[in-house]
Design a protein around this ligand. Structure first.
Ligand code: NAG
Ligand code: NAG
Ligand code: NAG
Ligand code: NAG
Length: 315
């Protein structure tokens, strides 16, 4: 007979053996953000005023995204303090109300896990018509947008692992979220989750099948080229690449004088190098958590009224 302690030790050994088989920089090694539980946890209490920022993307009906904690702000203005909203009660985070999501395609590739979804994200405090913005673990302070945002997925190995590089685009009607779970000598996970093309949108930065509104599916897919990367030449065994840089201008000050600068190109490409196709899709009729969030939210709001604004929630 095995003792519980032996089984636990064996399980921990399996996790570290798996994480050590990842390339450098793929697995996150930092501490968790202060708003987050130490590990991804299913079945936590529902708290619709939570500030937790731990995203897990595991299955077509088990994932989280970042959205504003209160109404009345654009994604651009609230990117540093978005909070996690999950399809299930997990990670001490807020729960996405049933009826918000109208279609999901979750794809697993050799280099990343990618969530694509349509829905009415005004229910998660997005403003109607806000075409949104881009979130990633870098940000102005270097601590991420949102600050202290963290991600896990169990899709890579079956265990909840923390990954270093991810990116998310959200608007009032669409979201896409990629967690980069692999790297090789050609593509680092930072390149595969390149976060500087923040005006290009989901279809360009995270190409795939976006014709899934009304469908809830999980699929395998080919690996896309990293965002903005184009094949320039294939010469025998070697391939040349070029990388599109988003055009922007700015001004900095040198010796008290303003100096203007320009980065990138004025010619914006119309399409990515290729659009990967999905395969082996499994569909489910819909996703729901069945939680009565009105009651839960009202109870939480009254019991934790500390003067902070929770009046903007659309539940
Ligand atoms: C959590 O997020 C912070 C801020 O981006 C980062 O410094 C840290 O490495 C992350 N930790 C994990 C385990 O993901
Ligand atoms: C809900 O989350 C907020 C913000 O993180 C926290 O202050 C509050 O104590 C939580 N409420 C409950 C009931 O856990
Ligand atoms: C890295 O993976 C990509 C995508 O599968 C592939 O095209 C490339 O050849 C790989 N590089 C190496 C060095 O194996
Ligand atoms: C997705 O489908 C829903 C329900 O039919 C619709 O209201 C919504 O506008 C669609 N979203 C997009 C982005 O087309």
């Amino acid at each position: 007979m095995f003792s519980a302690a032996l089984l636990t030790a064996a399980a921990i050994g399996a996790v570290s053996a798996q994480s050590s088989s990842f390339s450098e920089g793929v697995i996150a090694t930092g501490t968790m953000g202060v708003t987050n539980p130490p590990e991804a946890t299913l079945g936590t209490d529902v708290n619709q005023t939570s500030y937790a920022r731990l995203i897990s993307i595991n299955d077509v009906d088990d994932w989280c995204i970042f959205a504003p904690p209160e109404a009345g702000v654009t994604i651009g203005d609230s990117e540093a303090y978005e909070v996690a909203w999950c399809t299930k009660a997990r990670n001490n985070a807020r729960v996405i109300p049933d009826g918000t999501i109208t279609g999901v395609s979750l794809i697993k590739t050799d280099f990343y896990v990618q969530l694509m979804a349509y829905g009415d994200f005004t229910k998660l405090n997005l403003q109607q018509g806000d075409y949104g913005g881009e979130l990633d673990p870098h940000g102005a302070s270097g601590d991420g947008n949102p600050v202290g945002g963290n991600v896990t997925t169990n899709i890579a190995t079956g265990d909840d692992l923390h990954f270093e590089e991810w990116m998310s685009f959200i608007s009032y009607s669409q979201v896409c979220f990629r967690i980069c779970t692999n790297a090789n000598e050609t593509w680092s996970s930072g390149v595969m989750c390149e976060h500087k093309l923040d005006e290009m949108g989901c279809e360009f930065v995270m190409p795939g099948n976006y014709n899934f509104n009304g469908t809830f599916e999980s699929c395998e897919a080919e690996v896309a080229y990293p965002p903005g990367v184009y094949v320039t030449a294939i010469d025998g065994t070697s391939t040349g690449y070029s990388t599109f840089a988003q055009y922007y201008t700015g001004v900095y000050t040198a010796d008290g004088q303003p100096v203007s600068y320009t980065v990138g190109t004025t010619v914006t490409p119309t399409a990515p190098q290729m659009t990967p196709s999905s395969s082996n899709c499994k569909t489910t009729a819909t996703i729901s958590n069945g939680l009565s969030l009105d009651g839960a939210a009202a109870a939480t709001a009254t019991s934790t009224d500390s003067g902070s604004s929770s009046s903007g929630m659309h539940l």
